[in-house]
Design a protein around this ligand. Structure first.
Ligand SMILES: [Cu+2]
Length: 259
């Protein structure tokens, strides 16, 4: 049976009432660390349920940028259609030529989530370090909302903790929920959730907008700090709908020992 993304979300709501759905803007590079032996980097952009491994069709993102050493390059026009979890997604392959910390940031088109009667807009970013450089990993990109790392977001082991600061319009966001999802990627160890609560982990920021989460497994981890946007958008029925704004950050935890 084929299910549309909306049907899957509706189904999840039906099966797990009250459960926070783990849909995440995803920006996953082929590696978080680029070495001289292979300078190519492929980025894959999607809007998916990373733990459940069910996808949703994603229309062309509004924007994809690469920021390194205070220079920002717009890569939106270079996005090519691809497939993630059998659904429409986007990708781009580029070559990293110079040392640096490369921040990739995606602004998707607002996604109308019929099951929740809201729009979802996840501003999603990830950092890729090249050739040993590491300055710039702690810099904000100046997004409407974002997670600024306080832990270097690459070169970590599974079992490390990640600490970040959530900002909205540049100001720390206290008492804000941060959803955490593990990308149950093919090739990685498949993890199962003992209960529905385990699918999405949840932490909150403190008075300074800071949160910490310990990542138990090797692989990609997504953090989504969510709040209601100060504006609404017209929905398919013509009525104004709330917009869930997400500051999403993806980072990789490497396996302890040999890989
Ligand atoms: Cu969903």
């Amino acid at each position: 049976m084929r299910l549309t993304a909306a049907a899957i979300c509706t189904l999840l709501v039906f099966i797990m009432p009250g459960t926070v759905l783990a849909h995440f803007g995803m920006i996953i590079p082929s590696t978080s660390i680029v070495n001289p032996s292979d300078k190519r980097l492929t980025l894959t952009l999607s809007f998916s349920h990373p733990f459940e491994k069910t996808g949703m069709d994603m229309v062309r993102p509004q924007k994809l940028t690469m920021t390194v050493n205070n220079n920002q390059i717009d890569l939106t026009d270079r996005l090519q259609p691809t497939t993630v979890m059998t659904k429409k997604a986007w990708s781009l392959t580029t070559t990293i030529k110079k040392p640096g910390v490369y921040w990739f940031s995606m602004t998707p088109a607002p996604y109308f989530e019929a099951a929740e009667d809201i729009f979802i807009l996840h501003l999603s970013k990830t950092a890729v370090a090249a050739f040993g450089a590491q300055s710039g990993w702690d810099k904000p990109l100046g997004l409407e909302t974002e997670i600024i790392p306080l832990t270097r977001p690459f070169g970590n082991y599974a079992g490390n903790s990640f600490t970040g600061r959530v900002v909205v319009q540049g100001k720390p966001a206290p008492n804000t929920g941060v959803e955490v999802a593990y990308y149950n990627a093919a090739g990685a160890k498949r993890h199962t959730a003992p209960t529905q609560y385990h699918i999405t982990q949840l932490v909150k920021t403190d008075d300074n907008g800071i949160f910490t989460f310990t990542c138990p497994w090797a692989g990609w981890w997504g953090f989504a700090a969510l709040h209601d946007a100060p504006y609404t958008l017209p929905g398919p029925d013509g009525k104004e709908k709330q917009v869930e704004l997400g500051a999403v950050l993806w980072l990789y935890m490497d396996a302890v020992g040999s890989q």
